[in-house]
Design a protein around this ligand. Structure first.
Ligand SMILES: Cc1cc2nc3c(=O)[nH]c(=O)nc-3n(C[C@H](O)[C@H](O)[C@H](O)COP(=O)(O)O)c2cc1C
Length: 164
């Protein structure tokens, strides 16, 4: 796309990291572990932020620590796309909740969210990251639907390119 793309992820067991790498393989861009991110990493033409959800609907640990950096970033006019890893069966009523926290902070920092994703085909019962049949970003479930991940990423990346 000829633009600076940064893909910043937080991952405890590697699922979100692998998704970040797959997205980078499609769109290009720099892949950054949020545990090692600095304020300058939040400057890009397209920011893609990924997190898993832990506890009972909580943001991944490294993201918890990095939230102040996102809060103080100036994202005015920056398109921001989100992706979230979760477990739609074992944690059906807090599925990918972590994405919602990042979405709130990114919007408060002036970011323009892109890449909403239909929640129709998922078996979850509740998510704070869902509104009117859409997740705020791409939802992935490596615990129950690993076979869907590549296709979902491909389709989402194609759509992001269109939305930009
Ligand atoms: C103790 C524990 C709590 C979890 N809590 C949630 C949750 O509340 N909501 C959710 O969608 N997934 C939850 N998950 C599932 C993880 O988010 C999922 O396995 C994810 O792929 C992990 O990604 P990561 O390896 O990048 O951290 C939980 C998993 C464990 C083991």
């Amino acid at each position: 796309m000829g633009k600076t793309i940064k893909i910043i992820y937080g991952s405890s067991t590697g699922n979100t990291r692998r998704a970040a790498e797959a997205i980078a393989a499609k769109l290009g861009g720099e892949v950054i572990n949020v545990a090692e991110a600095g304020p300058d990493d939040f400057k890009a033409d397209l920011l893609i932020l990924g997190t898993s959800t832990w506890g009972c609907g909580e943001l991944q640990d490294d993201w918890q620590n990095a939230l102040p950096m996102l809060e103080s970033a100036d994202l005015s006019g920056t398109p921001v796309a989100l992706f979230g890893l979760g477990d739609s069966v074992g944690f059906s009523d807090t599925f990918v909740n972590g994405m919602a926290e990042i979405a709130d902070k990114a919007v408060a920092a002036g970011g323009r969210l892109i890449g909403k994703w239909s929640s129709e085909t998922y078996s979850h019962t509740g998510s704070t990251a869902e509104e009117n049949g859409f997740f705020v970003g791409l939802a992935l479930d490596e615990d129950n639907e690993p076979g869907e991940t590549d296709g979902r990423i491909n389709q989402w990346c194609a759509r992001l390119a269109d939305e930009l």
